[in-house]
Design a protein around this ligand. Sequence first.
Ligand SMILES: *Cc1c(COP(=O)(O)O)cnc(C)c1O
Length: 412
Amino acid sequence: MSRLLDRLQHEIDVLDAQSLRRRRQIAETPCAPEQRLTLADAAAPRTMLAFSSNDYLGLAAHPALAAALAEGAARYGTGSGGSHLILGHSRAHAQLEERLAGWMAPHIPEAQSLFFCTGYMANLAVLSALGGAEAVIFSETLNHASLIDGTRLARAEVQRYPHCDMQALDAQLAACDAPVKLIVSDAVFSMDGDIAPVAELLALAERHDAWLVLDDAHGFGVLGARGHGVLEATGLRSERLVLIGTLGKAAGVSGAFVAAHRTVIDYLVQRARTYIFTTAAPPAIAHALLTSLDLIEGEEGARRRAQLRARIAQLREGVRTVLPADGSAWMPDSPTAIQPVIVGDNARAMQLSAQLDGFGLRVGAIRPPTVPAGTARLRIALSASHGEGEVARLVDALGRALGRTLTLKEAA
Ligand SMILES: *Cc1c(COP(=O)(O)O)cnc(C)c1O
């Protein structure tokens, strides 16, 4: 046995030497900008100001959602009791699917939706079910890991196309004579924050008779006047659209959905293994999500989206003034809550994150394989519940951390 353990330990040591070892912190309090966190290696928790959650609207600890979850548990119990096809499909799940289908109806003819336990499972479902042996999948290079794993599970051939390169994609599609083609892309790129050229993607899908699968994990709740996501923001409409939205980020709860023409949804019910062979999420989750949807599309959601936009503008403005002149750290153009500061080197990203920890700020260092080699970064994630003073504190600390890093480098 020890030889087997030694092999694993060796791999972990190699990761450690490359500044690629991952460690967890423990959250002692609910998700919020100010959080008590116990960092790896620390004996006691500290109160920190966090810029690393995907809780973009600040709903994850909203009292109305906690109350709705409790009400759902009182009404439906805790467990669903089985898979959706056996007896786990509750009235709450059905209501949620109907609400979400209504949100997507302006954009997808005869829209229906299907609720999944997680976005990861929804993505595996869509790609493995639609990407049969006769299909070719055209996959954007910066797609989320769950989409990449979906392409691995699919029996289709997979071709990757360069980030947002519509000319390359057009040429690849034109050269392909497979009977089924799928274009697959994040709608908002999870580590860069930029928005995919969805109108151009849909035009290519129309021209080459392909499905367009969009993963709106970071757009749902945030984009569009009512928070319905990327399709509302862009006003697209097509029966080729297969939209995945996740419900554990801006929606503040858990789960995901696929929205598409009713024939696609019916097909997924027949074929999607991550839907069929798993226990349905607790109905109380779906019940709480109904309240989350009310908040998102109501006045409160609109107010929170406006707050988020203000913080995004403030952060971009501020960070621009503290970035080093030598270009060793830079911020790509992102209009969303995801604001990366790219430094390239893994160790430097870790060092900056540790320096910010020293100031009481928590910003995640993102390294390969989550991002391409040589693009390690701080991933600043903003929320509607961040205050103006809190963002100012981050900009100030970032300026000092970047300055200090340069001094160290110059001294070396
Ligand atoms: C988070 C994320 C997922 C996975 O969703 P979960 O509900 O967390 O499993 C899928 N796609 C993208 C782009 C994501 O960021």
